[in-house]
Design a protein around this ligand. Structure first.
Ligand code: ADP
Ligand code: MG
Length: 560
């Protein structure tokens, strides 16, 4: 008897829909994209119960005819592209023709619309699995899309929805992103009693409205041409900076993207004017020829692949350096006088930046989330940073001694102490991870470690042989799962299991021997290492070698 069978179309449809529409916020994103593609001048959004009960978006865009309305919710129905080569040309936010069909598979959908050539409006109503009904209604030009009761008929998904407040937060995040990328569109936002109007304006005004915490500083806006497109940078004076990267955002063709390589470039350009480890307030918007970018690598277009990214990074850095010299003057080249000019010599080495998501951001997050009191650079720990040496070594000088720091060991110890002492904050995973372990042994080990993992910031629930991971410690971020799974494979006996887990996690999460830290990060690491009460790695090895002057003189045969 065959084991394989073909899924029923409804089931296959649900699975495909689940990839595009994970939660109400993904529906909101798609519906907003459609309104923007329809050239709306005003868009109003209402959500109820975090969008789970209702997402409603009204636009005054082109609207649809009755025929188009009927087609719009079918699979692969789009007016935006026709042929494969159009994929390379599409300047619209949508082009795959699957959003409305996916929403209609997981929620009740009502679309009311009228286009310029129709006398009356039309309303389409459809429940998941049901047939659409279309009837005439009185309507203004434009389109209103309502999606209600998300995943009501899809319990497997529904159970992964979070509480209404956190779904609402995700909807709000989507709204902010769209409003930010389209300051020329008037937006209205309503949830419960809260109402907000954003008048059509310029970018700087829109930013100030969306992020009042940035006021009173009005952001400067700089526009210039890059190869195959244009760039806009909105940035604050470096006197305004943050420990995290909340306000360091990258947009490509009107979508926010996790492009760490580009964020790294901006950090780098600002680092000359910022205290070590701090991040600027800067929003970079790139409009690039669609054939140079590929959004088709993620079902929800959450990632982008940019061709000739390295060239682009180099060009952007060059522009920013000239701009900042002009705006901020030569600047206090380095606030602590620890940098040598060669660190900022031109041409830049784009290879010093990684666009690989797992390298830079993790380190940056570590700095960003360090509790302020604990890690504020203490003056008494003055040192002179010399630079990176080969392998894991970082060189600095302090009190007439030369220090050779082992970056891996030091970072390991810092993470280890932090995990043991504090109660780290958690961050929810966008999609809960289902973990199935390789052996019963590992299952037992994980089960026994649950209380400790909870303390570390994991939220894990067991259901039979599967473990559902919902939240992870925020200082580990995306690395949390691989680090945890790796740790479970380790079987060296000795320490108490919980301590061992923490040690292994610290080891896995720490910077590796060959990682090239940027100067700001290296200096930060030195500061934190100097603040360690016990400067040895969790396995007991020293984190540095110290050569004092006397020893050095002796070593070269000059005994004073
Ligand atoms: P896509 O946006 O990828 O084309 P969708 O499923 O999101 O696919 O939408 C299908 C089609 O429905 C669109 O191509 C467009 O023609 C039409 N449509 C959807 N929303 C709107 C809207 N708000 N105003 C006008 N037309 C719309
Ligand atoms: Mg669309």
């Amino acid at each position: 008897m065959p084991k394989i069978h073909i899924l029923k179309p409804e089931t296959a449809r649900l699975i495909a829909a689940g990839e595009v529409i994970e939660r109400p916020a993904s529906a909101l994103r798609e519906i907003l994209d459609n309104a923007i593609d329809a050239e709306a001048g005003e868009i109003s959004v209402e959500i109820q119960k975090g969008g789970i009960d209702l997402v409603r978006v009204r636009d005054d865009g082109t609207g649809m005819s009755r025929e188009d309305l009927a087609l719009s919710i079918l699979d692969h129905a789009t007016s935006k592209i026709e042929n494969p080569e159009d994929l390379l040309k599409a300047r619209t936010l949508g082009f795959r023709g699957e959003a409305l069909a996916s929403i209609a598979a997981v929620a009740r959908i009502d679309i009311t619309t009228k286009d310029a050539s129709s006398e009356s409006g039309w309303r389409l109503t459809k429940a998941p699995g049901g047939e659409p009904r279309i009837s005439p209604v009185a309507a203004r030009m434009g389109t209103t899309v309502e999606a209600q009761a998300f995943f009501e008929t899809y319990p497997a998904r529904r159970q992964f929805l979070k509480r209404a407040v956190s779904e609402a937060f995700q909807c709000r995040t989507v709204f902010l992103e769209k409003a930010l990328c389209h300051p020329g569109i008037r937006f209205l936002w309503q949830t419960g009693e809260t109402k907000e109007h954003l008048e059509a304006s310029d970018l700087s005004t829109r930013l100030a409205l969306l992020y009042p915490e940035l006021a009173p500083s009005r952001l400067e806006v700089h526009r210039w041409g890059v190869e195959s497109g244009k760039a806009t940078l909105a940035y604050a004076d470096p006197s305004i900076h943050r420990r995290d990267r909340k306000f360091l955002q990258i947009f490509v063709n009107r979508r926010k993207v996790p492009e760490w390589g580009l964020a790294g470039i901006i950090d780098y350009a600002f680092s000359e004017y910022l205290p070590g480890g701090m991040h600027p307030v800067a929003f970079l918007f790139l409009e690039i020829d669609p054939k140079e970018v590929d959004f088709n690598i993620h079902p929800a277009k959450r990632e982008v692949r940019i061709r000739r990214l390295e060239d682009l990074k180099t060009a952007i850095l060059a522009e920013m350096r000239v701009l900042f010299k002009l705006k901020f003057g030569a600047g206090p080249t380095d606030l602590s006088g620890q940098l040598s000019s060669r660190d900022f010599s031109w041409p830049a080495r784009p290879d010093a930046f990684s666009s690989h998501p797992s390298e830079a951001p993790f380190w940056e997050r570590l700095i960003a989330e360090a509790p302020q009191e604990q890690y504020q650079a203490p003056q008494k720990m003055g040192f002179r940073y010399i630079g990176r040496a080969s392998g894991p070594f970082i060189l600095f000088e302090r009190e007439a001694s030369l220090y050779v720091l082992d970056q891996h060991a030091a970072h390991e110890r810092i993470l280890y102490d932090r995990m043991l002492e504090s109660s780290p904050s958690s961050q929810p995973l966008l999609v809960p991870a289902l973990v199935e372990l390789e052996s019963e042994d590992q299952e037992k080990r994980l089960a026994a470690l649950m209380p400790e993992l909870k303390r570390l910031g994991f939220k894990i629930e067991r259901s039979g042989e599967t473990f559902v991971v919902d939240e992870v410690p925020s200082f580990l971020g995306e690395q949390a799962l691989p680090v945890l799974l790796d740790s479970l494979k380790e079987t060296n006996p000795g320490d108490a299991p919980a301590k061992r887990l923490v040690a292994t996690m610290a080891c896995r999460a720490a910077v590796k021997d060959g990682d090239r830290l940027e100067d700001a990060a290296a200096k930060d690491l030195i500061e934190k290492a100097l603040a360690l009460p016990f400067p040895r790695c969790p396995h007991g090895r020293p984190i540095w070698a110290i050569l004092d002057m006397e020893t050095l003189y002796k070593m070269v045969g000059r005994i004073p």
